[in-house]
Ligand binder design. Sequence first.
Ligand SMILES: Cc1cc2nc3c(=O)[nH]c(=O)nc-3n(C[C@H](O)[C@H](O)[C@H](O)COP(=O)(O)O)c2cc1C
Length: 380
Amino acid sequence: MSTRRKFLLVLGGSAVILAAGAAGFALTRTPHAALKPWRDAGTGDTAIVRALSYAILAPSPHNLQPWAVELLGPEEAALHCRLDRRLPAADPFDRQTVIGLGCFLETLRIAAREAGYRAEITPFPEGAGAPRLDARPVARIRLVAEAGEPDPLFAAILERRTNRGSFDTARPVPAATLDEFARLSPAGAAVLTTTDAATVATLRDVTWRAFETEMLTPAPLAESNAAMRFGKAEIEAAPDGLAMSGAMLEALSLAGILSPATMGDTGSFAFRSGLDMWKKALSTSMAFLWITTPVNDRAIQIAVGAVYMRAHLAATLAGLAFHPLSQALEEYPEMAGPYREVHDLLAPPGHTVQMLVRLGYAPAVAPSPRWPLAERMVGA
Ligand SMILES: Cc1cc2nc3c(=O)[nH]c(=O)nc-3n(C[C@H](O)[C@H](O)[C@H](O)COP(=O)(O)O)c2cc1C
C-alpha cells in the first residue's frame, strides 16, 4: 500500500475514533511523568532548590535542557553547561545554547524574587569558552534574603509555551501591546517589533525559506531528527527534545508514517507533509519581535537570554502566542543568504540579530517535557 494511502487511512481511522469520543485515548497518551517538573515547581528542601525547580522550565534550543547544576549550599549553586547537549551543526558557536542558559538564570532570578531573595548571578566567573563553550562554569548563583517588589512575570512561568501552530490571521496584534516589549531592552541590546504589513510579509517569506534550507541541509536536519521523540513511551523515556505527542501523531507513528527514517528522507510523503504544515503555520505570523546587539560575546548572550525570557513571559501575560524562528540567524554556510537578508533588514551594520520571534493569537498548546531537577544535578 502506498504511504499516501496508508496516511489517508490513518487519518480516516482517527476521524472515526474522534467521532466516537476518543478523549479517553488522547488522555492516556499524555506523557504525565515527563510533565511532572511543571507540577513540582516550587517544591524542595532549600531556597536554591525551590528556585531551580522553576529554572528548569526555561526554554532551550530543541528543548535539550543543557543545564547542569552543582549545589554549593542551601542558597548557592554553580551552573554548568552539559556540553553534549549542544547543536554543533545548527549552532556552531554555542550562541543559542548560551541564550538558553540565560533564560534559565532569568527564570531562577524571578522565582527567587518571589520567595524573598535577590539572586546574585555572576556569569562565567572563570571566563568563557569561545568560539565554543568549555567545562568552565556558566554562572555562580547566590541567593540573598532581601525585601523587594515581586516580579509580575512570575505569574507566567508555568503558563509559558513555545507555540508552533497556525495563528489567527483575522486578529492583528495591537501596536500598543508590542510597545511594551521595547521597554524590556537591557543595556547593550535592543528589543524591536513590527506589524508593518510589508515587513511582516518579507519576514514570513525569509523565515520560511530559512526553515526549508535547514530541513534540506543534512547536518542540522539530522540534529533536529535526533531530538524528535515520537509518542508517549519515547517522551517518558527521554523527556527532552521535540515531542511529537497526541493521539493523531501517535497513530501516524504506529503506522510507520512518522518515524526517524521517514523524517530523515526528504523525498518521503511524511517529510513533505511536515514541510507543508510548517509553511502554512509560518504564513500566519502576524507580528515579529527581534533582539539585536552591537557586540556578540558570552556576557551579552546571557543578557539576551534574560530579555528573551522576559519577553516570552510578558507575551504570555498578554495572551500572545510566541514562536522563535532561529534558522535565519544560524551561522553555517548554507544559511548565509537568509542570514544576510535578515541582518540587512533588522539590524544596523555589524550588529547581531540574536533572536527572531513570530507573534499572534492562537489556541493554547501543551507544555513540553522536562527532565526532573535531580537528573540535572552534578557532583551530588
Ligand atoms: C535560543 C533558542 C532558540 C530557539 N529556536 C527555536 C526555533 O528556531 N524554532 C522553534 O520552534 N523553537 C525554538 N526554540 C524554542 C525551543 O524549542 C523550546 O523552548 C523548547 O522546545 C521547550 O519548549 P517550551 O518553550 O514550550 O517550554 C528556541 C529556544 C531558544 C532558547
